[in-house]
Design a binder for this molecule. Structure first.
Ligand code: B12
Length: 420
């Protein structure tokens, strides 16, 4: 774990960055991250399409057992669940993973069935757009609508332009406050659709939105010494800056400054690695459909170094409150728990629930970013109402989930039932 960070520091000076070739991290670093990502794959859990997509974009060896397992699982998952149980964004990520694996998403064969995944995506994107047009908000999120349109565009299927125009208007609207992650995905899809748009008005709108997003990222990077958003939005932001060069030209991108922020971070979360890896090889999700399917690459992989190490005997005290001032019977409960130093917030919540189950019981759901807290004290977030349990420390929203955030001694964590 330490080795990777130190190695990255030493290799910092070696970053390749030219206007024609784009920015590319040193090969050793890419191999180490790739290997860590591959090592994170758990054959007991469902396959994560973002991981397969990243492995393909970063030039991982497609002959490994892990790669083959991921592809097969993804095909089976699609046939089993796409139509009924997947959100539009999840379908889109599966399409991108299949395209990057040289598979035709219009004909996915598995479990003795064949599915047109593009048809499914078109239908789910239409549902998102119907709600966006009627109510001003999509069925899920604008981030997912961005993924949907990106996957349709890369598959050269109909239906990407409508969502793109809506997304362009959103990024240009002074009222919308889209996160860096969402704006980055929007930039990627607009850069794709721009190539196909025939109407001048549409091209002008997309161009203006692309100029606005990319320049806002460049400005933020400059002001914050390389950082755009937070460490986990860097991956998508770098992909967007890589893919939109012509829209901010002649302005140049100091990619070495942005890459240095990434090099200094010790990536552990598979999703974070999966979003940053393409950018480190000078690629983005836009390249998912254009990979050379005849090429096979063989890279020797080192042993994965995973997980947090070291058993710490010291104990710390953490204050924990759960607050609902939004829905039904309001409540505000606080407690203080003792946990071993270095414990995650999830552990704090588990101890609180063990000590006072009537008050602090909670449920989680396993997601691509780890455990997502679905309910606390019997009160569940809902996609229909756009509610969720938000986590804060000293009034600031946490930038990590409960499965990875490590509270300090005497820290006060609040879980506040909120809307998004
Ligand atoms: C949309 C979104 C949300 C929405 C999700 C609701 C919805 N119906 O879509 C809302 C606003 C609720 C949300 C909440 C949070 N989020 Co959020 N979210 C995103 C975003 C922008 C897109 C995710 C997505 O739609 N992916 C596409 C779909 C198709 O894939 P999916 O696997 O089905 O996505 C699901 C999961 O990503 C899950 N999810 C969303 N956020 C988080 C955060 C954590 C920690 C977990 C475990 C799961 C999770 O909800 C998605 C929809 O079901 C990502 C950005 C990114 N770079 O990925 C951040 C992101 C994943 N979120 C993040 C964070 C920190 C949070 C919060 C912890 C914030 C807080 N302080 O409370 C909470 C989660 C608290 C909890 N209850 O456990 C971080 C995670 C970083 C990390 N190291 O873990 C990200 C990367 C943003 C960032 N750059 O900081 N989020």
């Amino acid at each position: 774990m330490l080795g990777l960070t130190l190695g990255m520091g030493v290799l910092l000076a070696l970053v390749g960055c030219t206007a024609t070739e784009g920015c590319v991290a040193p090969q050793d670093m890419v191999s180490q991250l790739l290997q860590r990502l591959e090592g994170s794959v758990n054959f007991e859990e469902s396959a994560n399409p973002s991981v397969l997509l990243a492995m393909n974009l970063a030039g991982g060896d497609s002959d490994t057992a892990t790669h083959k397992w991921l592809l097969q699982e993804i095909k089976e998952e699609v046939v089993r669940r796409a139509q009924k149980d997947m959100t539009s964004g999840q379908v889109a990520l599966h399409v991108l993973a299949l395209l990057s694996s040289c598979q035709d998403p219009r004909r996915v064969h598995a479990l003795e069935q064949t599915l047109d995944l593009i048809g499914v995506l078109q239908q789910k994107t239409d549902e998102e757009m119907a709600k966006l047009e009627a109510e001003g908000i999509p069925k899920t999120t604008l981030y997912s609508v961005g993924l949907d349109a990106l996957a349709l565009c890369l598959a050269e299927a109909a239906g990407a332009q409508g969502p793109s125009v809506a997304l362009a208007r959103q990024v240009l609207s002074p009222e919308s406050h889209l996160s860096v992650d969402t704006r980055a995905v929007v930039a990627l899809v607009l850069a794709c659709v721009y190539n196909y748009a025939e109407l001048h008005d549409v091209r002008d709108l997309l161009q203006e939105a692309l100029w606005t997003v990319s320049n806002s990222f460049l400005d933020e990077q400059k002001e914050r010494n390389g950082t755009i958003g937070n460490i986990d939005s860097m991956g998508l932001a770098l992909q967007a800056l890589e893919a939109t060069r012509k829209f901010y030209a002649p302005r140049e991108w100091d990619c070495a400054q942005a890459f240095s922020v990434v090099y200094a971070h010790d990536y552990q979360l598979p999703m974070a690695m999966a979003q940053v890896l393409p950018a480190l090889v000078g690629r983005s999700y836009l390249d998912a459909a254009g990979l050379d399917c005849s090429a096979t690459k063989d890279r020797s992989l080192l042993n994965p170094v995973l997980g947090r190490q070291g058993l710490l005997s010291a104990r710390i005290q953490v204050y924990y409150s759960i607050i609902n001032r939004l829905q039904g019977k309001h409540f505000n409960y606080s407690t203080s728990v003792e946990v071993p130093k270095g414990s995650t917030l999830l552990k704090v919540m588990e101890v609180a629930a063990e000590e006072k189950p009537q008050t602090f019981s909670f449920t989680t759901e396993q997601t691509s970013w780890g455990p997502y807290v679905t309910s606390i004290h019997g009160l569940a977030g809902s996609t229909d109402d756009r509610t969720y349990w938000q986590f804060l420390s000293a009034g600031n929203a946490l930038e990590e989930g409960v499965g990875t955030y490590i509270p300090q001694n005497e820290e006060h964590i609040q879980a506040v039932f909120s809307t998004y």
